[in-house]
Ligand binder design. Structure first.
Ligand SMILES: C[S@@+](CC[C@H](N)C(=O)[O-])C[C@H]1O[C@@H](n2cnc3c(N)ncnc32)[C@H](O)[C@@H]1O
Length: 257
């Protein structure tokens, strides 16, 4: 059941999304003019509304919709990589996850969703200006109450709480591995996301040298398919490259060093 304040979107017949915060009464939308919020609340998830002479489907967003709609600054982690991160880190209700940096908060949206309803996500971000952008994006999620932002440097920050998992999406993650080993619990999982192979090599070697076990690296390649009346083929607009992922688990020998 929807309530006022929920974020939803209207989908037109060309697949364009119009985002809005639910309110009773008249709502002003930049590209649609003034629309009746009561009609949208009454239509509910998957319902149809007719506004300004056009038909729309009303939908509540999933995690990937929210990630793709974030206000962007730095490069974001895409849903295909976020899905692998959440799965490989074995995230679940109650887990404590630390990420650096926050950037636009796209990955944060997926992390928050995966630890609902009682887990915790702590984002460590070096730059105050990215903190503001990420904060606005996280505010659109249902699970924002599970989120803490720490402005600081993941290479030196001290965290009071042990983490079940850590994600590093920053230019020099190998420099952060020693500090991460101090607050990641024994057996806890580390994920690193980097765009270049030279960064991947450096961080994987650092993880192995620091006592991480089950270290593996991979790239996710996903091809969207277009299904037309005349045939089926991969999309011409395929995203060529996003990044490489490395995973590992902290073994006790790393913590004793
Ligand atoms: C590519 S962005 C992260 C994007 C984010 N994962 C997303 O999906 O929106 C990298 C971020 O790492 C931050 N950063 C770089 N070095 C850092 C450090 N040592 N500690 C904390 N944050 C750092 C940058 O300021 C930047 O905001």
């Amino acid at each position: 059941m929807w309530t006022e304040g929920d974020i939803v979107f209207l989908l037109d017949d060309k697949g364009k999304k119009f985002w809005l915060k639910l309110e009773r009464g008249m709502i002003k939308l930049p590209s649609l003019g003034v629309i009746d919020g009561n009609k949208i609340i009454e239509a509910g998830d998957g319902g149809c509304v007719s506004l300004a002479g056009k038909n729309f489907t009303v939908l509540s967003p999933g995690v990937s919709d929210l990630m793709e709609a974030v206000e962007r600054g730095a490069q974001i982690i895409m849903p295909k990589d976020a899905a692998t991160i959440v799965f490989e880190l074995d995230l679940k209700d109650g887990d404590v996850v630390v990420e650096a940096g926050l950037g636009s908060g796209a990955l944060t949206t997926a992390l928050l969703h995966s630890v609902e309803p009682t887990g915790k996500v702590i984002s460590v971000e070096l730059r105050e200006d990215f903190g503001d952008k990420g904060r606005r994006n996280v505010a659109k999620t249902r699970s924002k109450r599970l989120w803490t932002l720490r402005i600081g440097d993941i290479r030196t920050i001290e965290l009071e709480q042990k983490a079940d998992a850590v994600v590093l999406d920053m230019p020099d993650p190998w420099v952060a591995v020693d500090n991460v080993s101090r607050f990641l619990r024994s057996g806890g999982r580390l994920c690193v996301y980097v765009p270049n192979t030279n960064q991947l090599e450096l961080v994987v070697k650092k993880m192995r040298a620091s006592g991480f076990v089950e270290v593996k690296a991979l790239e996710n390649i996903q091809r969207a398919m277009e299904v037309h009346d005349m045939g089926v083929r991969p999309s011409y607009e395929m995203l060529g490259h996003t990044g490489y992922l490395a995973f590992g688990r902290l073994a006790c020998q790393a913590q004793k060093q």
